[in-house]
Design a protein around this ligand. Sequence first.
Ligand code: NAD
Ligand code: UD1
Length: 321
Amino acid sequence: MARILVTGAAGFIGSHIAEQLLARGDQVVVLDDLSNGRREHVPAGSVFVEGDVRSAADIDRAFGALGGPIDAVCHLAGQASTFRSFDEPSWDMEVNGVGTARMLEGARRNGVGVFVFASSMTAYGPPPGLPVTEDMRCGPISFYGVTKWAAEQAVVLSARPESMGLRAVAFRMFNVYGERQSLTNPYQGVLGIFLGNVLRDEPIRIFGDGEQSRDFVYAGDVARAWIQAIDGSPEGATVLNLGTGTRTSINELWRASVAACGQDPDAWPVSYEDGRPGDQRHMVADISRASDVLGWAPEVTLEDGMARTVAWARTDEGATR
Ligand code: NAD
Ligand code: UD1
């Protein structure tokens, strides 16, 4: 049984990781300021500390909340929206950049050995080819991508013996979806937004021509990779893509979302609007390194994961999210 600190677990992906950790018997403390998360998403059985990852005092409160040393940190708290990062780049940099550096300092102060970080495919920017491998150069085109890349590189640097000597993993996650992704929040991922639109009988909005494409990976599969990283990542720093290797266009996604809710895509109202700043065109992950290093592979297809998400959205919990 290990003691794990998960930041951002009142949010979407972190709540899946905390849930899986608790299910296997670990003790979990959650640090989240509830700025974009919900207290109800923090899984029962975890200890909740309401606080800010930019505050050393809040971080130390979280490190002390389980009454014993923390074995690993899963750091997910942050600003997650690509296009929102254009509204206030300084805020994005504070939360994602300074917040991550403060968490690293907290890990060092509290003697933690393992640090796993939520990086993003947006760190790459437009890639030189598809699928994207971890060796490709990074050139982000959004402030969000810049801060994720900078924070990721700080995490990588923390593994060097002369800095912090952590066992560090940065997951460049592609587009994660699943239960507890908001159906109402315009700053969360597109699949939750589309399902919310259909279930509320609203038109769907497409930014650009809808032919841009993404790699959608189910949150339960992602959480499994994080746990495998805690248990068995190599010493030093490791950067890994987390996706499926399958590319889906936004036009394909909206049609599948309408169909998954039992409606006719040909009859659904859709508007096409201007593209958003920082929007990447095509992205799909090469996931062979995660397979080689962790023995990880995604198990849930987009069709099955979407069906699970729709089933959740139709529950009382989903209906209000
Ligand atoms: P989310 O918004 O649901 O979760 C983020 C959580 O962090 C929220 O609960 C929020 O309240 C909390 N938070 C924000 N600022 C904070 C602060 N200053 N102090 C403490 N808590 C704070 O987002 P998500 O989709 O679950 O994403 C989780 C992480 O994974 C983010 O760092 C995001 O950038 C990254 N990521 C997400 C995806 C994706 O597809 N959703 C892909 C790649 C990377
Ligand atoms: C998403 C995640 C980001 C993560 C990245 C990694 C969110 C909010 N963003 O960014 O945290 O790091 O994946 O892959 O979780 N779109 C529409 N209509 C809508 C909403 C979106 O057409 O109503 C389009 C967008 O313009 C974009 C695509 O759908 O082309 C995906 O958008 P979005 O889900 O916001 O995610 P990313 O920017 O890819």
